[in-house]
Design a protein around this ligand. Structure first.
Ligand code: FAD
Length: 252
């Protein structure tokens, strides 16, 4: 099986994001960037499928500025075989990302495309679903377990009411949830080896996809400051405090 994995470079999940003063987005200058956490689970799943003898090649693709080769190198250090960076500056909306991935799928002919269930910068939760729609492939989103069965996959999905297990025929799209696995930290020799693995850099224009944004970003604003919590002496005081707060809210 050949696996294509999509990885996105985002503001590191541990960084406290700051909104730009003009409300045009969040600060990304001089901010630590790293691989979208869900994508690490997608790479780990691909590497585990290769280690179990189910996958012969893992190709990793990222769409973004040239610095996105960082996250491709991380994926190569974790065990992916080669990388493709589709260079695009500025905002690339989810539909354009899905169309670019569709073009890569046409070239690479993978049996499985693994993605994160969402990117933590815009939380759209759309690319996997859109790609499945564009390709007319089966999809299993929010995967917390993937098993190879009879040439297809059995995928356990995190759903609102618990877990659902679905069977998908290949080729298919699977999006990774956090419970899928524990992504490995690449050891130094793997990090060194990653630099000698093939990494093709290609301009987005080569793929003939219109990257013009279709959405107008009106404004990004920070959430309201959290009010500090307070301690109460016992359960009776807690009930009294809640009743008082509710009365105040009702009075508004
Ligand atoms: C463990 C867990 C934690 C989560 N935590 C969060 C969280 O913190 N914050 C958050 O925002 N979300 C969270 N979610 C996601 C959220 O609860 C829903 O699962 C998510 O919004 C579903 O998105 P979807 O596009 O996959 O849903 P879908 O089921 O595909 O539905 C998308 C939309 O399609 C339409 N639709 C779907 N089915 C039908 C139908 N039969 N008929 C007509 N219209 C239909 C509806 O408009 C629906 O809203 C969590 C989910 C899980 C499983």
């Amino acid at each position: 099986m050949k696996i294509l994995v999509a990885v996105k470079r985002v503001v590191d999940h541990a960084v406290r994001v700051r909104v730009r003063p003009d409300g045009s987005g969040v600060e990304t200058e001089n901010v630590r960037m790293s691989m979208n956490p869900f994508d690490k689970h997608a790479i780990e799943a691909a590497v585990q499928l290769a280690e179990a003898g189910h996958a012969s090649e893992i190709v990793v693709v990222s769409i973004g500025p040239k610095q996105s080769n960082d996250v491709i190198l991380t994926a190569l250090a974790m065990g992916a075989h080669r990388g493709i960076l589709i260079e695009a500056d500025g905002r690339v909306e989810t539909l354009a990302v899905a169309k670019l991935l569709k073009a890569v799928v046409a070239e690479e002919q993978p049996d499985l495309v693994l993605l994160g269930k969402q990117a933590v910068d815009d939380d759209s939760n759309q690319v996997g679903q859109m790609l499945a729609g564009l390709l007319d492939w089966p999809q299993a989103t929010f995967a917390s377990a993937i098993n190879v069965v009879d040439g297809g996959l059995e995928v356990t999905r995190e759903v609102d009411y618990g877990r659902a297990t679905v069977g998908v025929a290949l080729p298919a799209i699977v999006t990774a949830d956090l419970r899928l696995n524990s992504p490995r930290n690449a050891a130094l020799p793997m990090v060194m080896k990653a630099r000698s693995k093939p990494l093709a850099v290609r301009p987005a224009a080569e793929f003939g996809v219109d990257l013009t944004p279709r959405l107008k970003l009106e404004k990004v604003s920070p959430p309201a400051e959290r009010v500090a919590g307070r301690r109460v002496a016992d359960a009776a005081a807690l009930v009294a405090a809640i009743s008082s707060e509710l009365s105040e809210l009702e009075a508004l």
